[in-house]
Design a protein around this ligand. Structure first.
Ligand code: FRU
Length: 462
C-alpha cells in the first residue's frame, strides 16, 4: 500500500467496518517529504488491493493532524450520535502537541472537526505528548475509554467516559534502549497465546534513540504487560523484545480482531530522512505487508509470531517454481513483486546459507540475506533475528520466507517467529536470485513465487 502520490508515514486509525479494513495514514498531499500532515484514507477487503479515498483530516488552527486512533462509539458517548466514528489524534502546532477529536457518521468517508478541540492539552513544559491509542476497556468493574499516550520516554494512561474529558491514571516507564530515548505511537492490544484459551496484553512502542531520529535496525519493541484499565505493569523484569529487526519498520498499529478475528498489524516502511528507491517515484513511503499477530509460549518464554497475510507457498493466486541449478541454486525473476521460500538445514555451527538478490539493472544494488548458527542477518548493519531462540533451545532457523515488492524486502523466519523489513536498492526490474551454501548447510526445498498471472520466472542459462 502506497499513497497515490506524495509523502506517507505512520498508519493511523485502523478500523474494520463490516468486511472492510480502513487504513488512515500520515500524509503530505503537496510534497514528497514529511510536513503539512493530513490523514490520507484507503480501504481494502483483502489487505492487498487498496482503494484510495478523499483526505480525511486536514490541518487547522490547532495544528497539523499527527497520529491517532479511530473508534466506533456505539452508544454515542461522545455526543456525535450512536455509532459515530470518532478520531482521537494529536495536533501539532510549532512543536506544541495536544489531542483533538473529529467525527464521521458516514463510515469514515467524511469527517467534521470537533468545535471543542483540543480536548487534552500537554502539561506545562511537556513537548513530546502524542499519538493517542484509544480503546474500550471492559471488565467486571465496568467499561470506559482508555487513552495510551507517548509522553517523552513514558507511556501515560488516561481514562474517560465521553472521549472529551480525560483523567490521567498512571505513567509507565518503558525499558528502552537507553537514556534520552523518545517513545512514539504506542499500541496496546490483547493477543491470544496459541494453543491455550489465554490472552495477554502486549504494548508495542516505536523508539527515537538517544541523539535523534535516524535509520537504525530494530526501532520497534513489544513487551508483555498486565493492564487493569488504569495501569500498566511489565511482566517480571521483562525489558521487551525487538518487534522487527530491520531498518525500515516503524509505528506498527493493529486492526484489533477481538476474541473472534485475527489481530492484524501493519507498519510504516521507511524513515523520515531516508527515502531509498522511493525518491524516483511519485510517492514516498509505503506500508509493510500486513501480519497476523499471536503469542507462542516456548520453554517458559513468550514469543511473538507475525506471519504475513500472504501465504505465497500455499496460495493458488501465486505461481511457484523450484530454484534450481546446482551447485548454486538460482533463477531469474522478471517481476517487481515476488516471494522466495527456503527450507534449510544448517546441521551444525559451520552451516551457512546465503540468499543473494542481484538486480539486472546496473544502477540497482544487490542484497544478501545470511543465515548461520547465530540467526539471520539482512545486510551488513542488520540486527540478527532469532538469535535469542538459538541461545535458548539450540535449534537453528528452518524456514525463511522473503517477500520483495518494488524495492522493499520483508523476511519472515519460521512462520513469523522473527521478522526484518527494509527498503533496499533492488530496483523495480528483473532480479537474479541465488542460494549459496557453505559448511554443513543443505537446502531441502527452495522455491520462488510470483503473483499470477503477471509475474514470470526463468532459469538463466548457466
Ligand atoms: C512517528 C511520528 C509520530 C507523529 C507522526 C507525525 O513516525 O513522529 O510520533 O505523530 O509521526 O507525522
Amino acid at each position: 500500500m502506497t499513497p497515490p502520490a506524495n509523502w506517507m508515514n505512520d498508519p493511523n486509525g485502523l478500523i474494520k467496518i463490516d468486511d472492510t479494513f480502513h487504513l488512515f495514514y500520515q500524509h503530505n498531499p503537496t510534497a514528497n517529504r514529511w510536513g503539512n500532515l493530513h490523514w490520507g484514507h484507503a480501504s481494502s477487503t483483502d489487505l492487498l488491493r487498496w482503494d484510495h479515498h478523499p483526505i480525511a483530516l486536514a490541518p487547522d488552527d490547532h495544528g497539523q493532524a499527527f497520529s491517532g486512533t479511530v473508534v466506533a462509539d456505539d452508544t454515542g458517548s461522545a455526543g456525535f450520535g450512536a455509532g459515530a466514528l470518532v478520531a482521537v489524534f494529536t495536533q501539532d502546532l510549532d512543536g506544541f502537541q495536544r489531542q483533538s477529536l473529529a467525527s464521521s457518521t458516514d463510515g469514515g468517508m467524511t469527517w467534521q472537526m470537533f468545535s471543542g478541540n483540543p480536548v487534552l492539552d500537554a502539561p506545562e513544559g511537556v513537548h513530546d505528548f502524542r499519538d493517542p491509542k484509544v480503546l474500550r476497556y471492559e471488565s467486571e468493574q465496568g467499561s470506559w475509554w482508555v487513552m495510551v499516550l507517548a509522553v517523552g520516554a513514558e507511556i501515560w494512561i488516561y481514562r474517560s467516559e465521553d472521549l472529551r474529558s480525560w483523567q490521567q491514571c498512571s505513567a509507565f516507564a518503558v525499558p528502552t534502549q537507553g537514556e534520552g530515548s523518545i517513545l512514539e505511537v504506542p499500541e496496546l492490544v490483547r493477543l491470544p497465546v496459541e494453543g491455550t484459551g489465554e490472552s495477554i496484553w502486549v504494548l508495542l512502542v516505536s523508539i527515537i534513540p538517544p541523539g535523534g531520529a535516524r535509520r537504525l535496525a530494530g526501532r520497534t519493541r513489544w513487551i508483555a504487560v498486565d493492564f487493569d484499565g488504569e495501569r500498566l505493569t511489565a511482566h517480571d523484569a521483562d525489558r521487551g523484545s525487538t518487534f522487527d529487526a530491520g531498518c525500515d519498520f516503524y509505528a506498527p498499529m493493529v486492526w484489533d480482531g477481538g476474541p473472534c478475528d485475527p489481530t492484524i498489524c501493519v507498519g510504516w516502511m521507511n524513515e523520515w530522512g531516508f527515502v531509498g528507491p522511493d525518491r524516483d517515484t511519485e510517492w514516498c513511503g509505503r506500508m509493510s505487508m500486513p501480519r497476523r499477530l499471536t503469542l507462542v509460549r516456548s520453554r517458559g518464554q513468550l514469543r511473538l509470531r507475525q506471519p504475513p497475510v500472504v501465504d505465497a507457498p500455499n496460495d493458488p493466486a501465486w505461481r511457484g517454481a523450484t530454484l534450481m541449478n546446482s551447485p548454486d541454486l538460482r533463477g531469474l525473476v522478471d517481476n517487481r513483486c515476488f516471494a522466495i521460500w527456503v527450507r534449510c538445514d544448517l546441521d551444525d555451527a559451520t552451516g551457512v546459507v546465503e540468499i543473494e538478490f542481484a538486480p539486472e539493472d546496473a544502477d540497482a544494488e544487490s542484497k544478501i540475506i545470511r543465515i548461520d548458527a547465530e540467526g539471520l542477518r539482512l545486510g551488513q548493519d542488520g540486527e540478527c533475528i532469532c538469535a535469542e531462540q538459538e541461545e535458548q533451545d539450540g535449534s537453528w532457523i528452518r524456514e525463511v520466507l522473503v517477500i520483495v515488492d518494488a524495492g522493499s524486502i520483508e523476511v519472515f523466519v519460521d512462520d513469523g517467529l522473527g521478522a526484518a523489513s527494509e527498503i533496499c536498492g533492488l530496483g523495480f526490474g528483473a532480479t537474479a536470485v541465488s542460494l549459496h551454501l557453505a559448511g554443513s548447510a543443505s537446502v531441502a526445498a527452495a522455491s520462488v513465487f510470483v503473483p499470477s498471472p503477471n509475474g514470470s520466472f526463468t532459469e538463466p542459462a548457466s
